[in-house]
Design a protein around this ligand. Structure first.
Ligand SMILES: Cc1cc2nc3c(=O)[nH]c(=O)nc-3n(C[C@H](O)[C@H](O)[C@H](O)COP(=O)(O)OP(=O)(O)OC[C@H]3O[C@@H](n4cnc5c(N)ncnc54)[C@H](O)[C@@H]3O)c2cc1C
Length: 381
């Protein structure tokens, strides 16, 4: 259960909590190409805020050499890590949420962690609710600050208010954390934490138990209900293993920095009018070594793919410099850029809401401003 909710100022909460005193945290780690994602390292920082003394275990799943490389990276990526747990099986070659959720359930049953944390990105958002349902707890999502082991701050109303939430449910307390709020403060090199393999011998037990039950029922009821039983076995099979399956993985190949972690982000809105015009934003980003972002209107219009969307239902960014061209500044967009250090906006409407949050604003036509910038900025070395 998620307990009392508040927006500023702080409410006083009852001191009763069912979270165990000994704090141990499991981090669900995403990895790619033999390295763990930086958002997962931010989740380790978040775990430190839960309790300085917490033991932190990292859980990686996958198969083959890239998993082993990622495990080695995980073991030395942060000094606070106590151990790395590796689930190596073909079942995890692709990170499907259903298989991951059952893995989390299995690891939790053995490790009895008080907290399970993952990054608030597509990986974490996919797994967390399913794993929480299997563990019968209510997850707390999009955490941006941790006041104590059971008190967390998260944005509500598209980031227009902050809500302090007290978790009063049973273990584990499951959180997704915004990586932009838990910047990694340590050198990535550290002592190597021990790596151990997760025992997966009981991983399919749920499915086995299910089919045993059906075999038993079949024996009791005889062949008259054979067809009905087979149908139910099929339904049961789909329930346990067949709800989703991997089809393919498409990724944008780009040399530009990752949008979620970039120091500079250049965003274009609906005002760009076409995919062709949007290339101006891309050229500018190239010159500045920046990531490209887009509003939902630009994505919906088909100018760019939706993994570039910034905002409430897109990526949350916190660059040093955020430049918005032809972006009105709808609250859903602002929800994704609030933590940017400096916001620059170019819009031909002087009353556009983006100017209320911009540090520097230019009332002008982007079709004049961007070409001028491209001309005057030096080439990237
Ligand atoms: C549930 C929900 C979730 C949403 N999530 C997101 C989200 O994650 N991210 C997101 O971005 N939006 C999101 N939206 C959509 C959001 O409400 C806005 O519709 C969207 O952000 C508007 O995009 P825009 O600023 O590109 O377009 P517009 O609002 O149409 O603004 C275009 C701006 O460009 C300016 N302009 C026009 N021509 C020029 C020119 N030549 N030079 C300079 N300026 C010019 C105009 O003055 C205007 O201010 C969400 C909406 C809902 C309901």
């Amino acid at each position: 259960m998620i307990g009392a909710i508040k927006t500023t100022p702080l409410l006083r909460f009852s001191s009763v909590t069912s979270i165990s005193r000994s704090i141990s945290t499991l981090i669900l780690v995403e990895h790619d190409g033999g390295a763990i994602k930086s958002q997962s390292i931010s989740a380790v920082e978040a775990a430190k805020s839960v309790d300085k003394q917490t033991s932190i275990s990292l859980l990686l799943a996958g198969s083959g050499p890239s998993l082993q490389q990622a495990a080695a990276h995980a073991a030395s990526c942060h000094p606070s890590i106590s151990q790395v747990l590796v689930a190596d099986s073909d079942k995890f070659t692709h990170p499907l949420a259903e298989t991951w959720a059952r893995l989390v359930q299995l690891v939790q049953q053995k490790g009895e962690y008080s907290h399970i944390i993952t990054a608030s990105n597509s990986f974490g958002k996919n797994i967390l609710p399913r794993a929480a349902a299997l563990l019968d707890v209510s997850p707390i999502t999009d955490v941006i600050a941790i006041s104590s082991s059971n008190q967390f701050v998260r944005p509500i109303y598209a980031g227009n208010a902050l809500c302090t939430v007290r978790y009063s449910g049973s273990n584990p307390c499951m959180l997704s954390v915004r990586s932009t709020s838990f910047a990694v403060s340590v050198d990535s090199k550290s002592n190597e934490a021990p790596i151990s393999q997760v025992d997966l011998s009981t991983f399919d037990e749920g499915l086995l138990r299910f089919s045993c039950l059906y075999k038993f029922l079949l024996a009791c009821l005889g062949f008259k209900v054979l067809l009905v039983t087979l149908f139910h076995v099929l339904v049961g099979y789909l329930y346990f293993v067949g709800k989703s399956r991997y089809i393919n993985h498409t990724a944008q190949v780009t040399e530009r920095p990752d949008l979620g972690n970039a120091q500079v982000v250049i965003t274009g809105g609906r005002a760009l009018k076409s995919a062709e015009n949007f290339k101006m934003i891309e050229k500018l980003a190239e010159k500045l070594g920046a990531a490209v972002g887009a509003t939902r209107a630009a994505v919906d219009a088909g100018f760019v793919p939706n993994d570039l969307q910034v905002g409430q239902t897109g990526k949350i960014v916190a660059p040093k410099l955020y430049m918005a061209f032809g972006v009105s500044g709808a609250i859903q967009h602002l929800a994704g850029i609030r933590d940017s250090k400096v916001i620059v906006a170019v819009n031909k409407d002087a009353d556009a809401p983006i100017f209320q949050v911009a540090d520097y604003g230019l009332v002008g036509d982007l079709f004049e401003v961007i070409p001028e910038l491209l001309e005057k900025l030096p080439e990237k070395k």
